[in-house]
Write a protein that binds this ligand. Sequence first.
Ligand code: B12
Ligand code: SF4
Ligand code: SF4
Length: 238
Amino acid sequence: MDIIASINESLASVGLFVRAGFHPGSDMPAPGLSDGRPAGTVLLVGNAGNALWQAFQASRPDMTARNPLNRWVASQLADAAAKVDAEVVDPMRPPYPPIQRWAMAAEGVHQSPLGLLIHPDYGLWHVYRGALLLADKVDLPPPQTGASPCDSCANKPCLNACPVDAFRPAFSPETCVEHVAGPSGGPCQARGCLARRACPVGRDWAYDLEPAAYHMAAVVETVQAGRHRGAAVWEPEG
Ligand code: B12
Ligand code: SF4
Ligand code: SF4
C-alpha cells in the first residue's frame, strides 16, 4: 500500500483524509524535520462536511475541556504520523504556516471573496487540520486544475449575506464578532457564518448546526481574547 493510502486508512474512521500534497522547493518552501532533514513531501490532511464532527462526538469528548476538538484532532494526527515516520505541523499554532498557499499549490482550490478557499465539490465546507512532513519524496497525483467556481458566480451571494458587511473592504474579525456576540447575533451563533452558508457551491457538505455553532463560538472567544492578531507567521530561513 502506498503511503497516502496508508495514512488514509489510519484516519478513515475519524473523518480526516489526505487532501493533497506537494514537494517543497524554493517556489513553495516548508519547514524541515526536527532532526534537520529537509521535508521531501508535505501532505495536507483535512476534513470536509460533517464526518469529522460525528466521529469526534462518538468519542464522547469532555466538552468542558479547553479546545476539545483541536486536542482530539491533534492526537489522531499524531498517531497517523507516527505510523509513517512523519511530523505534524499544526496550521492553528503560531508561527502560522501558509497553509492556504500550500493548499492552492497542492490541489484545485481557489481564494473566495470571503478569504476561505473554495473547493469545486466541498465549496467552503472544508478545513486543513495538519500538514504532515515526510523526509522522502513521495509520488503525488497531479493537482486538479480548473477555474474557480467564484469566477462564474454572477451575484456572489456570499458578499451580500453578512448583516454587518464584515467582508468589505476586507474581512474585519472585530466587526464580525461584535455583531455575533451582540443582541442581533443569534442567527450567526446558531447557524455559523451566514455568508459562508449563502454560497451555492458544495451545499451537501455544509456543516450541521451543532458543529457550526461550536466553531462560531471558538471564533468569538478567539477574537474577544485578541488572539487573532499579532501571532507570528512562519517564514523560511535564509
Ligand atoms: C488567524 C486565523 C483566523 C482569524 C482571522 C484573522 C484575519 N485577520 O482574517 C479568525 C479567528 C477571526 C478566523 C476565523 C475563521 N477562520 Co481562520 N484562520 C486563521 C489562521 C490560523 C491564520 C491566518 C493568517 O494569519 N494567515 C497568514 C499567513 C500564514 O497565511 P498566508 O497563507 O501566507 O496568507 C493567506 C491569507 O492570509 C489570505 N489573505 C491574505 N490577505 C488577504 C486579503 C484578502 C482580501 C483575502 C480575501 C485573503 C487574504 O491569502 C493568503 C494566501 O492564501 C488560518 C490558518 C493558517 N495557518 O493560515 C486559519 C484559516 C484561514 N481559518 C479557517 C477557517 C475555516 C475560519 C473560520 C470559518 C472558522 C470557523 N468558524 O469555522 C472563520 C471565518 C473567518 C473568515 N470569514 O475568513 C481555515 C480556512 C479553510 C479554507 N477553506 O480556506 C484556515 C486555513 C484554518 C484551517 N485549519 O484550515 N481565522
Ligand atoms: S457565493 Fe459565489 S463568489 Fe461567493 S464563495 Fe460561493 S461561488 Fe464564490
Ligand atoms: S459570522 Fe455573521 S457577522 Fe460574522 S462575517 Fe459571518 S455573517 Fe457576518
